[in-house]
Every structure is written in C-alpha cells, then in structure tokens.
Design a protein around this ligand. Structure first.
Ligand SMILES: Cc1cc2nc3c(=O)[nH]c(=O)nc-3n(C[C@H](O)[C@H](O)[C@H](O)COP(=O)(O)OP(=O)(O)OC[C@H]3O[C@@H](n4cnc5c(N)ncnc54)[C@H](O)[C@@H]3O)c2cc1C
Length: 405
C-alpha cells in the first residue's frame, strides 16, 4: 500500500533506512526476551543497535548536541510527528519490546517540551546530549492506571523553619508502576498531586539517583524488559524541578499531559500497525502454499492493516496541525491495538496446533500485542475520550475503516 506521504522522497528514505535497521532488532528479539526472563530482577541494557541509537538521537530537539541520522542521502537532526511514526512503525516491525527499551527521551520528552521552561529543557536534554541514557515518564500507580487523575503520589511542601511562602521546594512521596524503562533511567518526569483539585496535578523533573528513589524491573509476559517500578520516599524536589511554573495555572499539569499523550497515542498506534504487519508478512513468508480460503483470510488481514495504517497517519497529520486535538489519535490507537491483537492471533492459526511452540516469534508478537492495548490508555478510556470529544463538538468526519474494523 502507498500512503500519500510515501511519495515524499525524504520520508521514504527514512522509512527505507529504518526498515533496514529493523532487521537487526528482529535478529535480537528472542535473545533479548530470553535475557529478560532469566534476569528479571537485574537491570539490563538493550544491545547497541543502529535503530535504537537513531531513535534516541532523534528524540532530542535539534539544538542539543547529538549526531545527525543519515538515511539514503537525507539528513535528520530531530523528528516531527510523521517521521516519528514512521520510525516507530518500522522499529515495531522489527521488535516492539526492543523499541520500548530504547534510550533517549521518547516518552518523557514530549511532556518536557510541553511544560518545561528553557532552563528545564536544557537540564533534561543536557543529560542525554552526546551520551546514551534512559529517561522515563511516570504516571501510572497501582489502582490508578486508567484513573490517572486519581493518583496518590503527593508533592508536599516540607515543614522547615527556614521556609517562606515564596519557597517552592517540595517533597515527593508515592509509588509508580508499569513505567517504561524505570529501572534503566537516570532521569524521570513524574506526575503527582499537590492537592485534591483539578489544577493540582503537577509534573516534576527528577534525578533518579536522588536519595529516596528506588527503581526495579517488572517482569511481564509480553514486551519483556520494557517496564519497571519506582518508589519515591520523601524525595526532595527543588523549585527548578517543578514543570510548568512559567505557565498559567491552567496549563501547568493536565494540559501538558494531554498534549503529550495525543502524540504518544499516535506512536502507540504506529507500534500496533508495525506488529500487525510483521505477523502478516511472517505468514506470507512461511506459509508458501495456501488454500483459497487461507489466501482470502490473509488478504483480509492485509486490507485491515492497510486501513488502520492509513488511519494512523491521518491521526498523525491531525496532531501535527492541532496538537491539542486528541480525537483521531484515540480512534487510531483503539483500532491499532485491536488490529495487533487480532492479527497476531490469526497469524498463529495459519500454523495449526503447536504454532506457539513451533513459531516463537509469532508467539512473542501475540504476547507483545496485548501490551499495545494498555500503552497510553486502554481502549475503554480512548472510547470515553472519543465520546467526550464528539459530545462537545458534534459529529466529526468519519475516519476510514477497513473491512471488519
Ligand atoms: C507496555 C506498557 C508500557 C507502559 N508505559 C507506561 C509509562 O511509561 N508510564 C506510565 O505512567 N504508565 C505506563 N504504562 C501503564 C499504562 O498506562 C496503564 O497500564 C494503563 O493506563 C491502564 O491502567 P491499569 O493497567 O491500571 O489498568 P486499569 O485501569 O486497572 O484497567 C483495567 C481494565 O478496566 C478497564 N477500565 C478502567 N477504568 C474504566 C472506565 N472508567 N470505564 C471503562 N473501563 C474501564 C480498562 O479498560 C481495562 O480493561 C504502560 C503499560 C504498558 C502495558
């Protein structure tokens, strides 16, 4: 399938280069999973692979020191949402678990850019410029995943004799779970509450080597090696660490979170599309003889994947033009999560009994695909968001949907 932007030579070059590098991710996928399973309490770093390095370098804005990425005669120093989706899709085609273990600022960066002052951005990106390092974005808590606004982590003012009302030092206490790269990261953006009101949700920049922070890997059935937990026991946060101080109160917390998540949802959708494409191509490659009904099933997968892929790139276009509009990214995310799960399971059925044992990559992708459902909010939560947007603004133009989607 040709997407409209595939006619863009620069983007096509990036996709071609990323697709080539993704082969390297694929060749490490099963070993990486095995390592994570046998050493699930030890912090491990993914191998140094060209695509992970490129993702890391390109996650920093142009002004920070890092090598440019060369792709078939084109030079990239950072990525816009479209280029980011292309890289994510191709990386997930290679291996989604390794993609999620990539260094850089892939998830925390969009929040820092939305909420950080120039000094805060310099501090955050300065820790990544010219070296390999991991960061994380910590929102989810046990019992407060979908209901993120109900989080319990607290940002309180310390009781000190020398404290004046102008002092903005805080103490952070709480526990975060299911956090991407938590155990590898040296720097985090952590969300917490300063009070019970709707404007009391704030984000802070944190050096994870600070006293009171504990981090541990979290073993999972799919996307092994991606997640971890953070313990925050009275961690001191200076005024400099409080994101959004330079913004009006209404834009200090939730606004930055929603803006960043609109972008991250398009990445999650691109990831689902990448996994589905991988499963589809695996069947085409390994089932050389197909009965007519099998061919029709495979063609159906191909059409559905093409439709969700097109929807995903429409959502990316929407987010580039209107970063605050989350309706289409949510539609794309729901469709891509369902596509990835359905396609990987259907792909296994092409190989009959024992498929999960005989085809470990397909088995892995079916487990990994489940994770896409939870990334950046479950489908139920996306549907609520879609409903709320439509209820506020009236019916939007119907997005394209594929057969059966
Ligand atoms: C691979 C992966 C990476 C992740 N990375 C990060 C990260 O970097 N940072 C971070 O902060 N978090 C991260 N998460 C956590 C993720 O955001 C949460 O898993 C997600 O928000 C769901 O929360 P939960 O797991 O607590 O599920 P729950 O909120 O407990 O949901 C359980 C079920 O109940 C349904 N449900 C819940 N509330 C409602 C409702 N109001 N209406 C209808 N149905 C509802 C859900 O749809 C779901 O099916 C990651 C998760 C995964 C799997």
């Amino acid at each position: 399938m040709n997407l409209p932007h595939d006619t863009d030579e620069r983007l096509a070059a990036l996709r071609r280069q990323a697709a080539e590098w993704a082969g390297e991710l694929r060749s490490h996928a099963l070993t990486w999973e095995q390592t994570q399973r046998s050493a699930h309490t030890t912090v491990t770093r993914p191998p140094e692979l060209a695509l992970l390095t490129a993702l890391s370098d390109l996650s920093l804005p142009e002004r920070y020191d890092k090598p440019a990425v060369e792709a078939y005669g084109h030079r990239f120093t950072t990525t816009n949402a479209l280029e980011r989706a292309v890289l994510t899709e191709e990386a997930a085609y290679g291996d989604a678990a390794l993609l999620l273990a990539a260094p850089g600022a892939l998830t925390a960066g969009p929040v820092v850019e939305a909420l950080g002052s120039t000094d805060q951005q310099d501090w955050f990106y300065g820790r990544l410029a010219g070296r390999t390092g991991w960061t994380c974005l910590a929102m989810t808590e046990a019992g407060h995943g979908s209901d993120a606004a109900g989080m319990r982590s607290a940002l309180t003012r310390p009781e000190r004799d020398d404290r004046t009302d102008a002092c903005e030092d805080h103490v952070l206490t709480g526990a975060k779970t299911y956090i991407g790269n938590a155990a590898r990261a040296h720097t985090a953006v952590v969300f917490a509450r300063t009070g019970d009101g709707p404007l009391d949700l704030r984000a802070v920049l944190l050096d994870l080597r600070a006293p009171g922070v504990t981090a541990a890997p979290l073993p999972t059935i799919g996307l092994a090696g991606a997640l971890g937990t953070l313990g925050l026991d009275a961690v001191e946060v200076g005024a400099d660490g409080l994101l959004g101080r330079h913004l009006p109160p209404i834009k200090r917390g939730m606004w930055g979170w929603l803006r960043a998540f609109n972008l991250l949802r398009t990445s999650a959708a691109a990831m689902g599309v990448g996994i589905a494409r991988a499963a589809h191509d695996y069947v085409r490659h390994h089932r050389t003889t197909l009965r007519a009904e099998d061919r029709a099933r495979l063609d159906g997968i191909s059409r559905r994947t093409a439709a969700v892929r097109e929807l995903t790139y429409r959502a990316v276009g929407e987010i580039e033009a209107h970063p605050d509009r989350g309706h289409l990214p949510s539609v794309a995310k729901v469709s891509a999560a369902r596509l990835a799960e359905r396609t990987t399971r259907e792909a296994l059925r092409f190989f009959g009994h024992g498929a999960r044992l005989d085809h470990p990559l397909l088995d892995k992708w079916a487990r990994d695909a489940r994770g896409v459902e939870y990334l950046e909010g479950t489908s139920d939560i996306q549907r609520l968001q879609i409903y709320n947007t439509l209820a506020r603004s009236g019916p939007a133009p119907a997005p394209p949907t594929g057969p059966g989607e």
